[in-house]
Design a protein around this ligand. Structure first.
Ligand code: CMC
Length: 419
């Protein structure tokens, strides 16, 4: 039988660390008393092996390439569900009935208007401001208008941010392009309305379906960088708008959500350079070059990213539906093939991730490259909010890691003239 506790001994003191087993039999070691008992803290750069919480939202097995929201396989959800249905599932733990989903969608529509003073902020931002900075600015600005109960996981607060986010994201896109905002159309569903506001025209069923699928695939990914940021900011009792803004900032980086923009820029650069993928694979292998193949590798997936598998197929479907051919897709396929047969990538278990294909689809739909990461944010929002809600409901303490101090020891201050 497996042990139910681990004894850690150090310097004549010992601590009994309980073994916690998750519902998918993942064992963890609870070290919360370790420091009090033995004086030891744990050190784990990048939290590579540290569980920061217990969560019932998303299960991920990186070795097996499994991703499930509330127990439902991501492939089944992407194939059969709709984004707001998945958002409901993440937030409330169960798939909604027809009546529950209608009610949820109605509430999202009812709260979708963005106050004029918030949209005015976009117009005042410096020209050329990245859309992620614009999105962060207007999201935190909502706290100026909806301050009451914004730090509580009330239904109204949760609906409010989910309802306004697609409208804000579309406004950010229009503002970036120097175009007028398109009025919110409450006769349309969540995703169709977003596309209508972004492009100023009705999207085809194929495009709405592709967008729905993309948003579903991005909706949650357990304790990743941006979600951890949302939980950490929220743990100080900061309101939901401030917490989500923390997530937007964390997502922006090219090692996280910003990779989708970087992938497309890289594919364009390869195309411009003549399309020789082997040159770029060689560069990625050369550490001195500082170059990485964007869209390859993942902190947790060490076999394949199940989201990338679904998107690869979706990519073909969308391009066929839109009657497009894209040289970038051919380059992407060649890159993938080259990397999957190269010992450098194989030995490090570097496979295409979700961002490798998403950009090609966003590009085919007509989104400007700079908008790819805001689209990731739009998809990830239900996950951020569900994780924030769970943290609140579990009454988790403020997040505050320890450190191993490596700086100078105590030394006397010396007056400036003596230095
Ligand atoms: N190209 C070339 N080498 C790579 C790459 C890459 N894309 N990714 C990792 N490596 C190498 C890295 O140099 C290291 O080699 P060595 O062991 O010889 O020093 C080894 O593989 C392990 O990499 P790491 O950086 O220690 O791994 P990590 O878990 O800290 O980083 C990652 C994961 C996703 C940040 C990294 O793989 C990466 O930078 N990928 C490119 C950016 C990207 O596509 N990010 C999107 C992630 S998916 C969306 C999301 O959920 O955020």
């Amino acid at each position: 039988m497996a042990e139910d506790k681990i004894i850690v001994s150090y310097n004549g003191k010992s601590s009994e660390c309980p073994v916690i087993i998750g519902t998918e039999n993942e064992p963890g070691m609870d070290i919360s008393n370790l420091r009090d008992d033995t004086g030891l803290v744990t050190l784990d750069f990048g939290y590579k092996n540290t569980g920061a919480t217990k969560s019932a939202i998303t299960f991920l097995d990186g070795e097996e390439g499994i991703l499930r929201y509330r127990g439902y396989d991501i492939a089944e959800l992407a194939e059969q569900s709709k984004f707001t249905e998945v958002a409901y599932l993440l937030l409330y733990g169960e798939l909604p009935t027809k009546a529950q989903l209608e009610d949820f969608n109605d509430k999202l529509k009812a709260h979708s208007d963005v106050p004029a003073e918030v949209s005015a902020i976009l117009k005042a931002m410096p020209k050329g401001t990245h859309p992620m900075a614009q999105l962060a600015a207007v999201t935190v600005a909502l706290s100026g208008v909806y301050a009451k109960d914004a730090a509580k996981a009330s239904e109204e607060t949760i609906i409010n941010i989910l309802a306004k986010f697609p409208v804000l994201t579309a406004m950010v896109m229009r503002n970036t392009q120097g175009l007028d905002f398109i009025p919110n159309d409450k006769s349309l569903d969540y995703v169709s309305n977003f596309l209508h506001m972004a492009f100023g025209k009705t999207a085809s069923t194929a495009v709405v379906d592709a967008m729905d699928k993309l948003l579903i695939l991005h909706a949650d990914h357990e304790q990743n960088c941006s979600t951890s940021a949302v939980r950490l900011v929220g743990s100080s009792n900061a309101n939901i708008y401030a917490s989500v803004t923390g997530g937007i900032s964390a997502l922006w980086g090219p090692l996280h959500g910003g990779a989708n923009q970087a992938v497309l820029e890289q594919l364009e650069a390869i195309e411009k350079d003549g399309g020789d993928t082997s040159k770029f694979v060689a560069m990625a292998k050369d550490k001195a070059s500082g170059f990485r193949l964007m869209g390859f590798g993942h902190r947790v997936y060490k076999n394949f990213d199940p989201r990338a598998k679904i998107l690869k197929k979706s990519c073909d479907d969308v391009l066929a539906d839109l009657g497009l051919t894209d040289k970038k897709l051919t380059i992407a396929m060649e890159l993938e093939k080259a990397a999957l047969h190269d010992d450098y990538f194989v030995s490090r278990k570097l496979y295409p991730n979700v961002d490798f294909y998403s950009g090609i689809i966003y590009n085919a739909i007509g989104f400007p490259t700079e908008m790819f990461t805001p689209l990731f944010a739009l998809g990830r929002l239900p996950g951020w909010v569900a994780q924030w809600k769970e943290m609140k409901e579990n009454k988790e303490p403020i997040g505050r890691p320890r450190q191993i101090y490596t700086g100078a020891t105590l030394r006397p201050y010396s007056a400036i003239e003596n230095r």
